[in-house]
Design a binder for this molecule. Sequence first.
Ligand code: NDP
Ligand code: 8X3
Length: 252
Amino acid sequence: MKKIAMITGATSGIGKATAKKLAQSGYHLIITGRRSDRLQELKDELKGHSVDVETLCFDIRETTAIENAVKQLPAEWTNIDVLVNNAGLAAGADPIYNGLWSDWEQMIDTNIKGLLYLSKLIIPNMMERKQGHIINVSSIAGKETYANGNVYCATKHAVEAITKGMRIDLLPYNIKVSSVSPGMVETEFSIVRYHGDKEKADNVYKGLTPLFADDIADAIEFMITRPPHVNINDILIMPTAQASAVYNHREE
Ligand code: NDP
Ligand code: 8X3
């Protein structure tokens, strides 16, 4: 039977790797992001797999844009089986007294409000069909708080609470809700966090082997392929060289 997965933030990193992994597993995909050229590139790249790919280009902070994009989905794309709420970012790494309002707003609007806006549009169809699986991409930052991580950590703590709340509210509708909580993953995350400063971004991964986007895609694939009676609530996945948000082992 045709299975459809919608993956937000599929233009890069974890979202892109997840799209590739799920295409290999036969999922038809709705991929989203703001960069339309990258969405088209990924769609072209996935042509080798015998799955259909639909692209939706929107900024997840914009309610009207999301609503219009979801409304314009052709009928055959409306029964979404898996929603991977992955789009997100850290903006800045500053002590609380120096944080920029614009960074705070971007993180809160994307990581919390964007996830909620899109989920609200997709959930009713899952409820009607009494099936579906929502995977929220959280972080070690949703479980711990580290220096200069204040607002980013707050957004991921919120993702944890939203995941638990969704799981309770959607229980009568047979909808699975899970989160995946990675430690350091080498993607465009740090370049975005440091506003394009490549040197600072590279330093994050210096002297240790971080996780790669594929590792998280593997975890997501595992979660969505469990039998109907099994829900994986959360997978906390760390690089071997990272014991917690703050304890890393780096080779000199
Ligand atoms: P990337 O920067 O590589 O990818 C982020 C994705 O989010 C991009 O596809 C981007 O698409 C999308 N995105 C960001 N802002 C918006 C927006 N306003 N509207 C729509 N899409 C948006 O980072 P990662 O792959 O690492 O990040 C994916 C998720 O994983 C995030 O939620 C992040 O917090 C989480 N995470 C990352 C970790 C890491 O160490 N890398 C560890 C733990 C969690 P576009 O720019 O085209 O809009
Ligand atoms: C991203 C991982 O440790 O930079 O969520 O917060 S961390």
